[in-house]
Design a protein around this ligand. Structure first.
Ligand SMILES: Nc1ncnc2c1ncn2[C@@H]1O[C@H](COP(=O)(O)OP(=O)(O)O)[C@@H](O)[C@H]1O
Ligand SMILES: CC(C)(COP(=O)(O)O)[C@@H](O)C(=O)NCCC(=O)O
Ligand SMILES: [K+]
Length: 294
């Protein structure tokens, strides 16, 4: 429950994470870290049109809509159509040079994927809430895989993008004659084509994470924290070779942090309470089943 708020809670936030495969959404009772999760869900991009008449039909109307989107303008337009039933104008995060304690080291800050930016803000928020001032690797396993490096001061030094499991397999299938085989198992020494492909993709990702973790440890002279998130994060969990934590809703943590600075003052006025602060709070707000099917 939210403490210190008036009886009505008009300050609901609908947070959106639109990737290249799925739209993830979460409704919170307030725009701040630690807000109460009221409802959440997942929809494959091809089924976006089902949202307004489906999952969102009975939803309490959000006061604000804040999202990250890396799918194209066409998808954004389709999402915005589903949001038209409510007054709230959706705001889409565009990576800045600096936000919520994270400094963006990208050559062109706005060209960084907004999901990567928001996940780093979520990671930073999480570390600060625990008083951990350490370098951090953020791994996101979705359609693509990204591995970001942040130093202990919150500076994003840079990161890598590689294909996700599905794209790797499809690339191999389409570029060869003899690799049309069912999914296999991850084995240390694969002895059939299916296992060789499945293990190859998994080790490619695990190896990339190890390499970035090494790069950051050498660069900073400190042992990095590694946070992993994304729909297929659980598939990688058994195979990472560095110490890590699987965190379901890093993007939602980041969106709540950004929402606190954008809407916190207004929310406090609506609730007649002290202004919500963007200061670190215990991260209690992640949707629990983000990786579940639909
Ligand atoms: N329950 C699941 N079982 C198998 N694979 C899954 C599952 N959930 C997600 N994935 C994989 O994760 C990816 C989607 O994760 P997600 O984080 O939603 O990606 P994006 O943000 O790029 O849309 C897909 O490529 C899919 O292969
Ligand atoms: C790298 C991504 C494709 C990852 O997308 P996702 O797997 O989350 O769907 C996305 O963050 C993106 O389009 N980035 C823009 C380019 C960049 O970050 O440099
Ligand atoms: K994503």
């Amino acid at each position: 429950m939210t403490a210190g708020c008036g009886p009505a809670e008009p300050s609901t936030l609908l947070a959106l994470d639109v990737g290249n495969t799925r739209l993830k959404w979460a409704l919170y009772d307030a725009p701040r870290p630690g807000a109460r999760l009221l409802a959440h869900g997942v929809q494959f991009l091809e089924n976006i049109e089902a949202l307004a008449e489906g999952d969102w039909r009975q939803l309490r109307p959000p006061r604000w809509v804040l999202g990250s989107i890396v799918a194209g303008a066409g998808v954004r337009h389709r999402v915005e159509e589903q949001l038209e039933q409510w007054d709230a104008q959706p705001q889409w995060v565009v990576p800045r040079a600096e936000e919520a304690g994270v400094v963006n080291g990208y050559d062109h800050p706005a060209r960084l994927g907004s999901d990567r930016w928001v996940a780093m803000i979520g990671a930073r928020q999480r570390l600060l809430a625990r008083g951990q001032h350490r370098p951090c690797i953020v791994v996101m396993v979705g359609t693509a895989v990204t591995v970001e490096a942040l130093d202990a001061s919150g500076r994003f030094l840079g990161g890598i993008i590689l294909p996700g499991h599905g794209i790797m397999l499809r690339a191999l299938e389409s570029g060869t004659a003899g690799l049309h085989v069912p999914t296999g198992d991850v084995r240390p020494f694969p002895t059939n084509t299916s296992d060789a492909l499945t293990s190859g993709g998994t080790f490619a990702i695990a190896g990339a994470v190890q390499r970035m973790w090494d790069n950051l440890r050498v660069h900073t002279g400190q042992v990095p924290v590694c946070l992993m998130t994304g729909g297929a994060g659980w598939k990688m969990a058994p195979y990472l070779t560095v110490p890590f934590e699987l965190v379901e809703g890093l993007i939602f943590d980041g969106l709540l942090t950004i929402a606190a600075s954008r809407f916190g003052q207004a929310a406090a006025r609506l609730n007649g309470a002290a202004p919500a602060s963007a200061a670190p709070a215990a991260p209690r707000s992640s949707p629990p089943a983000q990786s579940a099917h639909r």
